[in-house]
Design a protein around this ligand. Structure first.
Ligand SMILES: [Zn+2]
Length: 715
């Protein structure tokens, strides 16, 4: 994320993309009611300074955030009131250090509201979004403050600053300018209105999306319709039916949450039901009901375009990208277009394979979107003799965790000690102290595994406390959050191969936070340009499928037997299978995101038609939907900025991670020396230098695109 100002706090709410949060109308306690004993406003004497989750109530957040905004304002006033001439220390560094209290409480709030929300946190999120937006604007549009920043910036060549300090100065100045500090009064006024409206609209978008996701259910009463859905997931569906009050001897409820919908689409032979579930998922936010998101999208797109015009850019994408590695829309399209053609061609071959299988099944119809995942499994089995589901027993959630830890121990000699004594926000959470080889403390890591209604979709990392070293070394506290299937009475949580990959991915973000070794919070850990931040996470996925790493952890949860060698071979042989689909599905969403954000402010957008036209433009086949249709594209619409004009980042970062992993393959995938260099040049550096510079320092050259194409089998 972007450095500095109060934005750090506001961005916390946005930081974990694809937010699918807020709703209802609970009573929110007034500041007076709880101000007397609010643990969020106290100093904590907990071990390592972890948040006292056992004492924090949902009612504490709103008054604590508001009080912290007040405190932040006082700090800003003090900077401005200084009788001394502006210096780096009394202005830039002072500004960097201001708002620490607000940052602390809003980080915790955003983590809890994302992973364990209730009516109170949802209401708080809705209430606080516009207030935080205004707070950010009050700081970034404060003329006296900007004057001091500018005074320091203008002396930049004469100051004796470290490289990181220079970077902080440049970034601070840039963020003020990007937040409108140079605009005329009337334009600034309009900017405030736009920001505030975007904050409210995005909140409403998330709320609608969560409702649409939770309100849907598919009731199954005939066991035959379950097909080969894994027993552990069938049990989960039976529990869901009970939880929802269905009184039947044998029935199951499938929902639009990933651990529920995916297996049904993969394994249920009932084509009609697959269609019902598929459509339920695809039409969220597009049902012309109260939760419809189309009006919100249209308004957000137009506000973003208007804002970018105020800032002097052609469109929102140009504005956003000017602050990223990609720099401009042309560079993004150039990357996407290189991969799109081979990916689309591959997806058509995949379609032909599946059509043949479906025809052989005696079905007299062409393949449809709701058939794709079902026949993917059949083709996978036929071609590679690999049953995705048969792998699950080797991927019990704790075993995968041990694999992630074993890899980190091998590469960087880390140690992980479980700490059941530390408070958590949910009883299912596990907490670990992470230590260096010599036993010294590195970080605290929280893991929250299972899907539940109080958690938004997807997987993400939060930093509850970022590393910094201005006033003594502050160690990081990070969390990983997942939507894995919860254990049932008869079965532990058994992950799919993809789930296991997600675990490695998020742990990569965690490492980026934990290995950070910089001076300033706003440049530490994952505070990097958006198209760089997925590099350290995606690179970890590469390790998971290697025989070396699978051998470390993939053991049958009942027998303890290691995953058989021939299965590992099959996993690797099938690694490129269905990559046409995966790439096309992702890229279609990336193109859709770009399309929405290259429109100019005079263009009114009608999402349904707009999406159709954008997908027709790239020649998307109608058996594949973009991974996110507009109505549930939380990455780009559920926060004021989020991943807007940034969903391409995963592929941009993919160039870096595929090329970086090759550095390991060239020596040994477990090579400690390369790992040490990777830690030193990339993971420890946060956002203290431009991404490309960090990359060159690690690799000794620019990244190349071939490894990405090769990894996806598209070259
Ligand atoms: Zn990620």
């Amino acid at each position: 994320m972007k450095p500095n100002i109060a934005l750090t706090a506001a961005l916390c709410l946005a930081v974990a993309a694809c937010s699918e949060a807020p709703a209802p109308d609970a009573e929110v306690a007034t500041p007076e009611a709880v101000a007397t004993a609010n643990p969020l406003l106290e100093d904590w004497d907990t071990p390592f300074g972890v948040p006292p989750f056992d004492r924090i109530e949902s009612e504490h957040y709103l008054p604590a955030i508001r009080a912290s905004m007040e405190a932040h304002n006082a700090e800003i006033d003090a900077i401005i009131a200084s009788p001394d001439a502006p210096t780096f220390d009394n202005t830039i560094e002072a500004l960097e250090l201001s708002g620490a209290g607000l940052s602390r409480v809003s980080r915790i709030f955003s983590a809890v509201d994302g992973a364990n929300s209730d009516d109170v946190t949802k209401e708080t999120a809705k209430t606080i979004a516009p207030e935080l937006s205004a707070h950010g604007d009050n700081i970034s549009l404060n003329k006296d403050l900007f004057e001091r920043v500018l005074a320091v910036y203008e002396q930049r060549d004469d100051l004796d600053l470290s490289a990181e300090q220079s970077h902080l100065l440049n970034e601070t100045h840039k963020q003020f300018v990007r937040s409108g500090a140079n605009l005329e009064d009337a334009a600034q006024e309009r900017l405030r209105e736009i920001n505030s409206e975007l904050a409210e609209l995005s909140q409403q978008f998330s709320e609608n999306l969560l409702d649409e996701t939770n309100n849907f259910e598919l009731l199954v009463t005939d066991r035959a319709d379950l097909g080969d859905i894994p027993a552990s997931l069938v049990a989960l569906a039976a529990e869901e039916a009970k939880r929802r009050g269905h009184e039947c001897d044998e029935c199951w409820v499938f929902t639009l949450h990933r651990p529920s919908i995916n297996p049904f689409l993969q394994y249920s032979p009932n084509r009609e039901m697959r269609k019902t579930l598929f459509d339920g998922y695809a039409m969220r936010g597009d049902n012309d009901n109260e939760q419809d998101n189309k009006g919100i999208i249209s308004r957000m797109v137009s506000l973003r375009a208007e804002r970018s015009a105020l800032m002097g850019y052609d469109n929102h994408a140009s504005f956003i990208l000017s602050d990223n590695m990609a720099e401009n829309p042309d560079n993004v399209y150039n990357l996407l277009d290189q991969v799109w053609k081979p990916a689309l061609a591959r997806s058509k071959e995949e379609r032909a394979d599946m059509q043949a299988m479906m025809t052989a099944d005696g079905i007299d119809d062409r393949l449809r979107g709701w058939d794709w995942r079902y026949y993917t499994e059949k083709v996978r089995k036929a071609k590679y003799d690999l049953d995705d589901d048969a792998l699950r027993p080797y991927f019990e959630v704790n075993a995968v965790r041990d694999g992630v830890f074993a890899l980190a121990s091998t590469l960087w000699d880390l140690q992980f000690e479980q700490r059941d004594d530390l408070p958590t926000w949910h009883p299912d959470q596990q907490v670990f102290e992470v230590k260096e080889a010599d036993g010294s403390h590195l970080a605290i890591l929280y893991l929250d595994y299972f899907a539940r209604e109080s958690k938004r979709g997807g997987a993400w990392m939060n930093a509850l406390r970022s590393q910094s070293n201005v006033d003594g070394f502050v160690t990081p506290i990070v969390t990983n959050n997942f939507n894995f299937p919860a254990p049932t009475e008869g079965s532990p949580s058994l992950l799919s191969l993809t789930n296991a990959e997600t675990f490695f991915h998020e742990f990569g973000h965690a490492l980026h936070g934990m290995f950070s070794d910089v001076r300033y919070t706003s440049l530490s850990g994952t505070n990097t340009p958006r198209d760089f931040v997925e590099f350290p996470s995606q690179v970890m996925e590469n390790w998971m499928r290697t025989p070396e790493v699978l051998g470390m952890f993939a053991k049958h949860y009942e027998t303890g037997e290691s995953i058989p060698e021939e299965v590992v071979e099959k996993i690797n042989a099938s690694a490129k299978f269905n990559q046409g689909f995966a790439t096309v599905e992702y890229m279609a969403a990336a193109y859709l995101d770009m399309a929405y954000h290259v429109v100019d402010s005079t263009e009114a957008v009608e999402p349904r038609g707009f999406e159709d036209a954008a997908m027709a433009d790239i020649g998307l086949i109608d058996e594949i939907l973009p991974r996110y249709r507009s109505g549930y594209f939380g990455h780009i619409f559920s926060s004021p900025t989020g991943y807007s004009a940034g969903y391409y980042s995963y592929m941009w970062s993919n160039i870096l991670d595929a090329d970086a992993f090759m550095a390991f393959e060239e020596t040994d995938v477990l090579d400690k020396e390369t790992a040490a260099r990777y830690r030193q040049e990339i993971l420890s550096k946060g956002g203290t230098r431009p991404g490309m510079e960090l990359y060159r320092n690690f690799r000794g050259r620019d990244p190349e695109i071939e490894p990405l194409l090769k990894a996806r089998g598209l070259n």
